[in-house]
Design a protein around this ligand. Structure first.
Ligand SMILES: *[C@@H]1O[C@H](CO)[C@@H](O)[C@H](O)[C@H]1NC(C)=O
Ligand SMILES: *[C@@H]1O[C@H](CO)[C@@H](O)[C@H](O)[C@H]1NC(C)=O
Ligand SMILES: *[C@@H]1O[C@H](CO)[C@@H](O)[C@H](O)[C@H]1NC(C)=O
Ligand SMILES: *[C@@H]1O[C@H](CO)[C@@H](O)[C@H](O)[C@H]1NC(C)=O
Length: 481
């Protein structure tokens, strides 16, 4: 029975098919696009590497015999072939929609040197060196981009053709008339050998140089002990007429217990833009899975204490000062320091629209009096709605951000110290939020998160444009080995 039709394999196959279909439906959280300009830069860098590899190409010795009138068969042997230079002066790259990429190299030239020996049994022998010029080399390579089981980028040579139009051998030696008799057969033999060797070298350069390089594109980026980013490809790269598009998961996940995000990625309508080599579409999904993971890890809870408020500030975080606004406070808890426990009631979600980036976290502020025995007595709970505008930027390798806070809208949710007007606390809460909490959050956002980039690749000439539900970054890239 053929292996593929074995009954025990069917469930696995069904499962794999389902997996493929299911994942096709989901939108990526992060999209990468390489434009023609980017492909052209990749071509330049790639061809430079290929040129070095071709210069290391090893040609086999070859030998044979040829027939000369009167003399009969003469044996020849060419050995020690060594490539001096291999130049690839002109090349181009073109996307083949739905297939991959095609790299064409034309008018390449190579210069070789080597040793020769001819021998007619017992009659005579001669040896010397030769120079060989190989011109009009054209190479055409098809590259197929794909993804492996772990969502890494892969590349393979789908086809390779090499053609040499001109081989000129210059043999130095005494018996010039003799060499002219066989140089044609040498030239055509060399051409065939070299054409095959070129494609062998191209194929091995793709698997030993290009492939490991592409695999440096991270599929996960650990941020800290709490979160990592899943940058795995959700489907194989798609080649269109003028770009290669990569769909990445673009999802933050918990390092301790990964669970599916409670919301799906939105669809991104990617604009057509060609000025930069690379474009990244970063959807709200990316930012909001981050928010969700950090919220669930409980790290969005902050304590605000009196010691954090500068000395010159006359409003203190104690029951005496706040007793002026909350009549019962000082009676019930005379002359005690207080603590405010601040935490969002749910993971704050970023909204991205063409005109703005904003979020409106709903934050619970729980106030406690610190009793003489250090235990906490609950005082009241205020709900604060905080209009926040966000800025996101990229530097050469990371996404960074910062937040700016608008005026808090306060409402009293619960009080153990009688009714009072929350507006009177606007100043101290506003100060706590904008001067104590926000700088901590912004310092953390300024550290940023790593972009999914290949090793030694840095971005410059960055542009940034918000669209509905995603940010578009454009950048040129530079490979800095
Ligand atoms: C891609 O190019 C082909 C041929 O040049 C053309 O027929 C096709 O309409 C193009 N597709 C897009 C999406 O531009
Ligand atoms: C509370 O603040 C007032 C100043 O407004 C200060 O005189 C008093 O000592 C403070 N009380 C405590 C317990 O820190
Ligand atoms: C601290 O003091 C309060 C009131 O004085 C009391 O109710 C509470 O049980 C004490 N807590 C501890 C841990 O001793
Ligand atoms: C990019 O930002 C990160 C975090 O702020 C910083 O560590 C890094 O040095 C920056 N890189 C450049 C090239 O400015």
């Amino acid at each position: 029975m053929p292996e593929g039709s074995s009954p025990s394999r069917l469930p696995l196959l069904t499962w794999l098919c389902c997996l493929a279909l299911c994942s096709e439906g989901a939108n990526p959280g992060f999209v990468g696009r390489i434009t023609e300009k980017g492909l052209d830069y990749a071509r330049q860098e790639g061809v430079a590497v290929l040129q070095q590899e071709l210069a290391k190409l090893k040609l086999p010795d070859f030998s044979g015999s040829f027939h000369v009138k009167v003399l009969g068969n003469v044996d020849y042997n060419f050995y020690g072939l060594n490539i001096g230079t291999f130049q690839l002066p002109s090349s181009s790259i073109a996307p083949l929609p739905g297939v991959g990429l095609k790299v064409s190299i034309t008018n390449a030239v190579a210069a070789l040197t080597g040793q020769w020996r001819v021998k007619k049994r017992r009659w005579f022998s001669d040896h010397g060196s030769f120079d060989l010029k190989v011109e009009g080399i054209s190479i055409s390579v098809g590259l197929k981009l794909g993804t492996d089981g772990t969502g890494r980028l892969t590349a393979a040579t789908s086809d390779c053709g090499a053609h040499i139009s001109d081989v000129n051998i210059h043999i130095s030696g005494r018996l010039g008339w003799l060499y002219n008799l066989f140089h044609r057969s040498i030239e055509s033999g060399l051409r065939k050998t070299m054409e095959a060797k070129i494609c062998e070298t191209v194929t091995s350069a793709v698997s030993s140089k290009l492939m490991p390089f592409l695999q440096t594109l991270p599929v996960t980026a650990k941020i800290d002990n709490i979160a990592g980013i899943d940058y795995s490809l959700t489907s194989p790269p798609v080649t269109t007429n003028n770009s290669v598009d990569l769909a990445l998961q673009g999802e933050f996940f918990s390092m301790t217990h990964r669970s599916p995000a409670p919301f799906p990625p939105p669809a991104l309508s990617f604009p057509v833009d060609h000025d930069r080599m690379l474009y990244f579409g970063v959807s709200t999904y990316f930012f909001n899975t981050a928010s969700n993971v950090y919220f669930n890890a409980g790290v969005m809870t902050f304590d605000i204490t009196d010691s954090m408020i500068p000395k010159e500030f006359k409003l203190r975080l104690n029951t005496t000062t706040l007793g002026a606004f909350i009549p019962q406070l000082e009676k019930m808890f005379p002359n005690m320091l207080m603590v405010l426990k601040v935490s969002p009631s749910s993971a704050p979600l970023l909204r991205i629209a063409p005109e703005s980036l904003s979020l409106t976290p709903v934050v619970n502020v729980q106030a406690f009096a610190i009793l003489p025995n250090s235990s906490l007595a609950p005082l009241f709970v205020i709900e604060a709605r905080a209009p926040v505008s966000a800025k996101v930027g990229v530097n050469s390798t990371r996404i960074v951000g910062s937040l700016k806070l608008g005026r808090l809208q306060l409402s009293l949710k619960h009080s153990d110290v009688g009714p009072f007007s929350v507006q009177l606390l606007q100043a101290i809460l506003g100060y706590s939020a904008s001067s104590i909490l926000l700088p901590q959050i912004n310092a953390w956002l300024a550290e940023g998160f790593p972009l999914p980039l290949l090793d030694h690749v840095e971005l410059y000439s960055l542009i940034l444009q918000p669209y509905q539900d995603f940010l578009l970054f454009g950048a040129d890239a530079q490979y800095k080995p």
